[in-house]
Design a protein around this ligand. Structure first.
Ligand code: DGY
Length: 329
């Protein structure tokens, strides 16, 4: 019998690929740092029963339409704004993501970025490496305190809660804004729910962890930055388009806020000539929120499990389009 065809859009670990090859006919885009060209993906999807995709691929209606035999798309990310979920549901295709396994790792990176930005760690390390450290001095690379300050978390999902847990360890006052209240986090972490307006006005650290949706696109615009404290530090570890980058640049240049730590950008990879990268008070990372060996392996494993489950007629572990399940019954 012909084995189902699985296409993987980026080089994954040998162990993962071997385990897939036991059951499926597998093909993979072998390059680690360049995304699969759209045309190749469009050709591959015509043969595919399952796709394992990265957030760099646009899984839109045209692509799903071309996937005549496609049953499941397993996205190697918790975010799935790269996928037209509605179109997939209409076509009876299961969409899966990788929540939970990356929660603590992404929270670690978010907090590390907050600390690096507040304490000017990247700048400081550069000074030493370039031989520019002349002597100890009272104001040399003086940054901002983190402990006992107010953190405002916008988007209190699992990662938001894990960041709040870390903030509690730093004796921070924790504010959050979310679509729904989180009574458990309020009780165990002392997190206080507040409106978006109140949060951006009161917080010393504004941490963006909200998913990208039509409602959150450019949520952080000029008006929002203007309302923040002049000493505020803005951290984004969710998706770039949640921020109006031009407005952020202006806010930083005009001293409306103090600094920004960014792991994500409107266009990725961000060009080296992007104005934001010319600013000393910006710490920029190449979207590495969940990038540890252990977590990336766990994410890959979860993708494989989801593919296996759908192709053997079961419900996937982490299904995005719950309506798919109802259609199946
Ligand atoms: C995700 O999982 O959505 C992250 O952004 C990838 O690291």
């Amino acid at each position: 019998m012909k084995k189902p065809y699985v296409f993987i859009t980026r080089k994954l670990s040998e162990q993962i690929v071997s385990s897939l090859k036991e059951k499926y006919d597998v093909n993979m885009w072998e390059h680690e740092s360049t995304p699969v060209p759209r045309e190749t993906l469009l050709n591959e999807v015509k043969k595919a029963t399952a796709l394992i995709t990265m957030l760099s691929e646009k899984i839109d209606e045209e692509l799903l339409e071309a996937g005549r035999n496609l049953q499941v798309v397993a996205n190697l990310a918790v975010g799935y704004d790269n996928i037209d979920v509605q179109a997939a549901t209409k076509k009876g295709i299961a969409i899966c993501n990788t929540p939970d396994v990356l929660t603590d790792t992404t929270a670690d990176l978010t907090f590390a970025l907050l600390m690096a930005t507040a304490r000017r760690i990247i700048e400081a390390a550069e000074v030493v490496k370039k031989g520019e450290w002349k002597s100890w001095s009272p104001f040399l690379l003086a940054g901002h305190d983190i402990h006992h300050k107010t953190i405002g978390i916008v988007g209190m999902g699992s990662i938001g809660e894990a960041v709040a847990k870390r903030a509690k360890g730093f004796d921070m006052n924790i504010l959050y804004h979310n679509r729904s209240r989180k009574p458990e986090a309020e009780k165990s972490l002392g997190a206080k729910y507040c409106s978006f307006e109140d949060l951006i006005q009161q917080a010393d650290f504004i941490v963006c962890l909200t998913p990208l949706t039509p409602d959150t696109k450019k949520l952080f615009n000029r008006e929002a930055f203007n309302k923040m404290k002049k000493s505020a530090i803005f951290i984004n570890a969710s998706r770039g388009p949640v921020v109006d980058e031009k407005a952020l640049y202006e806010a930083l240049v005009e001293g409306e806020i103090a600094a920004a730590g960014l792991d994500v950008f409107e266009t990725e990879p961000i060009g080296a000539d992007h104005p934001l990268l010319s600013l000393q008070n910006v710490v920029a990372l190449p979207h590495i929120g969940s990038a540890t060996r252990e977590t990336r392996e766990a994410m890959m494993q979860l993708c494989v499990e989801n593919v296996d489950r759908v192709l053997s007629g079961k419900s996937p572990k982490t299904l995005v389009n719950k309506a798919w399940e109802k259609q199946k019954v």
